[in-house]
Design a binder for this molecule. Structure first.
Ligand SMILES: CC(C)(COP(=O)(O)OP(=O)(O)OC[C@H]1O[C@@H](n2cnc3c(N)ncnc32)[C@H](O)[C@@H]1OP(=O)(O)O)[C@@H](O)C(=O)NCCC(=O)NCCS
Length: 169
């Protein structure tokens, strides 16, 4: 189990959260294979997600007072109507916020919201390997690995595999 969860608030993201969210994401683009972006995206990418949140496209943030600790979102899996009941989910935390159960709280809230929507049938998560924390997080929330794509990413001079996880519910 994760260490005792910090007393934080999980709520829907608003426009004022976007700069802090972008800072978390851009740090991952620069330093990690967790995203296959290789350059910072700035505020536009997440600003669009937050502005477009509606129905099963959900963006949640975890905050401790004024400090934004991380975010999780669900969005379209692929842009074809027959995929509409399938949502892709992901989560990013600030480095200092990890290992305290915060992603677990974000995912519990996010998946709870999706489970309440009759049109959402399944969720997919794509995890660049290795990422033990993300694998544990997804397994804890009922995701199962359905496959691994070998060497589909190339970042920091090496090829990266992605594990595909799915949750039916
Ligand atoms: C992956 C990430 C979201 C996990 O967030 P977190 O708040 O640290 O996770 P939690 O504390 O809620 O723990 C979730 C699970 O991961 C495990 N875990 C946490 N940190 C771990 C680590 N460094 N190594 C191995 N397992 C770890 C926990 O024990 C827990 O497992 P359990 O429920 O089976 O006990 C966070 O590390 C992160 O933002 N990483 C960078 C971005 C990223 O990789 N995002 C995922 C993209 S797919």
């Amino acid at each position: 189990m994760s260490p005792a969860a910090t007393a934080i608030t999980v709520r829907d993201a608003v426009a004022a959260d976007v700069p802090s969210m972008a800072s978390i994401y851009d740090e991952q683009a620069r330093t990690s294979v967790a995203t296959f972006d290789t350059e910072p995206r700035g505020a536009a990418y997440l600003g669009e997600k937050v502005a477009g949140a509606a129905g099963s496209d959900i963006v949640l943030v975890a905050v401790d007072g004024d400090e934004l600790l991380g975010y999780a979102f669900s969005g379209p899996f692929r842009p074809r109507p027959a995929y509409d009941g399938t949502k892709e989910v992901s989560v990013y935390l600030a480095e200092g916020a990890r290992g305290r159960g915060i992603a677990t709280q974000l995912y519990s809230a996010l998946l709870g919201r999706l489970d309440a929507l009759p049109d959402v049938h399944t969720q997919v998560a794509v995890i660049a390997l290795p990422n033990d924390a993300s694998v544990s997080l997804h397994r804890r929330h009922g995701f199962e690995q359905v496959g691994v794509l070998r060497e589909v990413g190339h970042k920091f001079g090496r090829y990266v595999d992605t594990a595909w996880y799915q949750r039916l519910g």
